[in-house]
Design a protein around this ligand. Structure first.
Ligand code: IPM
Ligand code: MG
Length: 371
């Protein structure tokens, strides 16, 4: 398949991890004889430094004309600690989501058998947890009218949703549930918010079209508690922008490291793939960032174009690396590998022949050769 991929490494550890996922996509390209083309552009703090704009026009144009965007991370402490800053790196990402119409943010979360001990939650609670969060991404309080009164004493963020926005996301979530355990949970705050009541009414009406999916509801406060008490109860979650932002960070602790969580943001015409972690400025340039979230985002990119066999090859390689403890220091304190080495290991596994049979001996040798 011919694919043009815009690569936006961004800030902090973004460039280091994105370098690894591009390497992995190139290995897939080679092995399966595709025709992937990559073009880089700037976004975030680095783009503000160079152009004054967190999303320069040329970057947006490149994303629009590409088949997919591979995104790293954005953010810089100099903006986080300055509430008066007029331009912020995050504005680049928000504008990109809006301009590309990426209304659905899809975040799969699961507990890896070999990483149960890494989660702050009890292993028996999280073993077997496997869910996917469908977060609305271009509406709600993130994009509503904002204002601050002239005296600076009052501020406003308006939260608005239309049935159209709810339905287009919920259809994707219902369809995903049909392919999984057939359970959909709507997370809202319908006991307080008018927008949440619209979500509940709209999604309830839609459920008739999906009789094989069982639909239930949780208020966000209860859902936040359920996520740590009994995450196994979730299959597919659908929720609005702000609640999805919060609940997906919370869910990330189930996987043992936020450095493992990938996401896909899709619209009718465009699609963007990014790790859910941020730019982790303290780790920049140290080679300690976990590249797996970015690499699994590349797998979601392949899934998006129905290259599921290719995506599975990546996921299988990641599972092997975890099993063998070929991991960065967030997952392997004593004998860790650098960002680059983890990428090299995965690249090696992917480039090997399709019919390669794994045995422990081979795996150990594979691990040794990359140290
Ligand atoms: C995310 C991030 C972003 C968000 C920030 C960086 C604007 O937290 O993708 O979850 O809030 O959506
Ligand atoms: Mg977030």
């Amino acid at each position: 398949m011919k694919l043009k991929i815009a690569v936006l490494p961004g800030d902090g550890i973004g460039p280091e991890v994105t370098k690894q996922s591009v390497k992995i996509l190139k290995a897939i390209d080679e092995r399966f004889d595709h025709d992937f083309e990559f073009e880089e552009a700037i976004v975030g703090a680095i783009a503000i430094d160079r152009t004054g704009d967190p999303l320069p026009h040329s970057t947006l144009e490149l994303c629009k004309e590409s088949d997919a965007v591979l995104f790293g991370a954005i953010g810089h402490p100099k903006y986080d600690n300055d509430p008066a800053a007029k331009v912020r790196p995050e504005q680049g990402l928000l504008k990109l989501r809006k301009e590309l119409g990426l209304y659905a943010n899809i975040r799969p979360v699961r507990a890896y058998e070999n990483l149960l001990e890494h989660s702050p939650l009890r292993p028996e609670r999280i073993a077997g947890a496997d869910m996917v969060i469908y977060r609305e991404l271009t509406g709600g309080i993130y994009f509503g009218e904002k204002s601050t009164s002239e005296d600076g004493q009052t501020a406003n963020d308006l939260c608005t949703y239309s049935t159209y926005e709810i339905e287009r996301l919920a259809h994707l979530a219902f369809k995903a549930a049909q392919k999984r355990k057939k359970k959909l949970t709507l997370i809202d705050k319908a006991n307080v918010l008018e927008t949440s009541r619209l979500w509940r009414k709209t999604v309830t009406n839609m459920a008739k079209e999906y009789p094989d999916v069982s639909l239930d509801f949780l208020f966000i406060d209860n859902a936040a508690m359920q996520m740590v008490l009994d995450p196994k109860q979730f299959d597919v979650i659908v929720t609005e922008n702000m609640f999805g932002d919060i609940i997906s960070d919370e869910a990330s602790v189930i996987g043992g490291s936020i450095g493992l969580l990938a996401s896909a943001s899709v619209g009718f015409e465009n699609a963007l793939f990014e790790p859910i972690h941020g730019s982790f400025p303290q780790a920049t340039g140290k080679g300690i960032a976990n590249p797996v979230a970015s690499i699994l985002s590349a797998a979601l990119l392949l899934d998006h174009f129905n290259l599921n066999r290719e995506a599975d090859v990546i996921r299988k390689a990641v599972e092997e690396s975890i099993k063998l403890n070929v991991c960065t220091q967030d997952l392997n304190k004593n004998n860790h590998y650098s960002t680059e080495k983890v990428g090299d290991f995965l690249e090696g596994r992917i480039s090997e022949s399709e019919h390669h049979h794994i045995n422990d001996n081979n795996l150990t040798i594979g691990q040794m050769t990359i140290i």
